[in-house]
Write a protein of this length. Sequence first.
Length: 387
Amino acid sequence: MKHVFNLLTCKGYLLLFLVFATGCRQNKGEEYYDIASLREVYSQSDTSLWPEPELDSLVDLNTFKDIGPLSKVKFPKENPFSEEKKKLGKLLFFDPRLSQSGQIACASCHNPELSWTDQITRSFGHNRQLNKRNSMPIKNTAYAEKLFWDGRASSLEHQAMFPIEDPKEMNNDLDTATQNIANVKGYASYFEEAFGDSTVTTERISKAIATYERTIVSRNSRFDRFVKGKKEALTDQQVLGLHLFRTKAHCINCHNTPYFSDGQFHNDGQTLWGSKHEDLGLYHQTKKAKDVGKFKTPTLREVSKTGPWMHHGHFPTMLDVLQFYNLGNPAPIQKRYLGTERDFILPKTSPILQKLELTDEEIEAVIAFLESLSTANLRVNTVRLPE
Ligand code: HEC
Ligand code: HEC
């Protein structure tokens, strides 16, 4: 127990004891009550040996998958990996000639030096228009089943076409964008090497970009090293944070699997209902009342580096995020539009979100754990675009 004492005040220690006592009561017994035991039990990749996660009854136990190290990226059969395709994809990712203005590349809003986002609340696009949503990081998108905050793209190949056409992003039509690339003589040899001949098509552009994106993955975060057996890779505080993440803080209900996302959509209580930034998320795609305000559970890998957070980017610090979750279901929607269609689509926050009663020390521990999911920003050499 001396680790715990080093970490926390006496009062914190008492609370901590209660947390573990309740967290573990129905689970695997008293041996996990102290950090040293937690460290022992979690630093093994067989998650069935870990303490049981505290899961809501809404979570499907048949499909639930615990957090853990990422597996190797799978490349789809229709678009297998090749070094040449990756090379071409990288050039295209950094090439502003895909945009109408010739000024905006994918990398403008997904900048490798800014953890593959732009680190602003909402992205600026064509003519410096403000986007509706916060830019998402590219790292680890290889593991996402659906893309975008509302999941409207089904693969990275599919996704790559959206920003080119989006009037607030690159504002081009696909044929013109493709023609712009075809007009660059220097690209011919890259297409030939990647696809067998030098024809430039929209499909080939999307396949090359997707291949490049699939190679951008987190390697061996401290969390990964820890669960693979490197017992000292996490601090005491992070070990506690990991345990809380899976138990008292309930994060595991949605941020699960080695990708730290269940790939589902949940209403996190953030539609900003009735305000000028209102965003009904998945509902915009499906028009079903049950989908109002649902957003894709984002991965938490690299998350400590990709702020500001949430689809609207309104949370500038991780403390804000944790305090938000700690309150559970936030205040019910007050603004009604009685007698109008809008009254049928009142956003309802997911019942999984409940008041957590995490102490300040516990909040800090979860934040410290999230930091262990980030890896160093590798320098990405800038490309010399073909002419
Ligand atoms: C003007 C800024 C901007 C540009 C340019 C841009 N993006 Fe994005 N990107 C965003 C924003 C904002 C989102 C989230 C939008 C949403 O969910 O509606 C996003 C989302 C994504 C996602 C989804 C990630 C996930 O986890 O679901 C991928 C992948 C992506 N962009 C790749 C690209 C590619 C490839 C290009 C170039 C062809 C590109 N982006 C150009 C701003 C931009
Ligand atoms: C009910 C499912 C659910 C639970 C439980 C949950 N989250 Fe989330 N989380 C989401 C969804 C959905 C979003 C995106 C919401 C949005 O942008 O409107 C999100 C967003 C986030 C973000 C912002 C990520 C980004 O890239 O902007 C962080 C950080 C986060 N969650 C951490 C946590 C932590 C820590 C916990 C536990 C205290 C937790 N979440 C519990 C579903 C959940």
